[in-house]
Design a protein. Sequence first.
Length: 502
Amino acid sequence: MSQVYRSTRSDKPEELSFEDVVMTGLAPDGGLYLPSEIPQLPSNFLETWKDLSFNELAFNILRLYINESEIPNEDLKNLITKSYSTFRSEEITPLQKINDQIHLLELFHGPTYAFKDVALQFVGNLFEYFLTRRNSKKLKGEERDIITVVGATSGDTGSAAIYGLRGKKDVSVFILYPTGRISPIQEEQMTTVEDSNVHTLSVNGTFDDCQDIVKSIFGDKEFNDKYHVGAVNSINWARILAQQTYYFYSFFKLQKIIGNNSKIRFVVPSGNFGDILAGYYAYKMGLPVDKLIIATNENDILDRFMKTGEYAKQQEIGVKATYSPAMDILISSNFERLLWYLIRDNITDKNDEKAGSILNDWMKQLKENGKFTAPKEVVEKARTIFDSDRVDNKETIETIKETYTQNKYILDPHTAVGVRTTTRFLKKDQEPINYISLSTAHPAKFSEVVNKALDTFENYSFEKDVLPDELKQLSTKEKRIKLIDEPSVSKVKQAIKDELKF
Ligand SMILES: *Cc1c(COP(=O)(O)O)cnc(C)c1O
């Protein structure tokens, strides 16, 4: 079957290719791209896939979403091998036992020690693959296809983008961050990369200033036409796709430990809903997951939706700065994709165009009134597979402490939000259920919070117990930073022009 893609907000038939959706990112109508038909697993996959390596599983899964005519088998295999060769663990995403019922899925063995590497290592290679192919067809003297990725980071996600795109042909990357407001390790990670296509702009302002500048650059048609500004934020379909592999991989691993008949749930520390959405695709393809549990911090729009059916932005309250900053969001951008499937399944004739039109209407309400309410049937449909909980700062710290004393394991604050949620669900269970709690970052990346939780323990030392050698060495490397002395769009644009020299 040929796989095609469409926008969540479109009310017309659309048949876009995988390459189109990856290279475009966001649809021109403001929607997100998705496959309207989710491919189904081969009927014997539980038997035939259970012993496959991470890369072999990735190939089988991705093959179902990307037509061979777009990426032939050999090329897809090479892209996968290249993407995961940068990981420190042979298993790529190993499972770590915490106790009989909780296993952590460690997603932080990539180059920047955070889960976003799993997707961004692949996305970088994919960009290069498509650009190289396009440019090889160009005639002499014809303009080359390029991408200039521009993004803002509050510290955590910029480095994953940089490490995904470093050294990629015809790709340049500019990451803006607020001067003095990100941790030293985060700054070192971003600014010590030597590749000439990587540029870090330290902007004398706030994270919001950085984001506004990026938005304004995206809106500048003339600048865009010239530099082909692209984004690698979590709405890119390729990211969701690449994240599906670890749901399968960890599911098979755990089944081998606990037996085939035990129920398995995933608990996912969530912000923009990209990580857990990959789990939803795995489930819809046929992976027999019992539940997907959304764990939010105090920015709890997803938890509120699951409980009430109201999706409300709470603009007046604003984003709360929590101990798990990578989950500090007002709305969850990828939730729109889930809503589309739920709406479509709720229409009698399962019509894609009608689903797009309804969703478009909800998104308008969200924009105009800051909220919308989903019909009961849609919320109930969501509840058949999703559940949720919310964890505050105090509980995050407590969980890091408890896991350290009880399990001799140091959690990062995002992972702690998931583990707290997991233990709460465990206490309610009437039967033994097994949990895979996703670990989304290495604790060294969030030293301040981890130290706040553990400094009172006499034997604890951040340098000795948490900080990996590789990150220690970063402080000895030379930093490359371009300072932008005020949050000015024109100064940032000028800096980009100066670097690209055309
Ligand atoms: C991005 C991120 C998350 C949240 O993932 P979403 O896909 O946005 O839900 C959680 N933890 C860490 C460390 C992250 O970087």
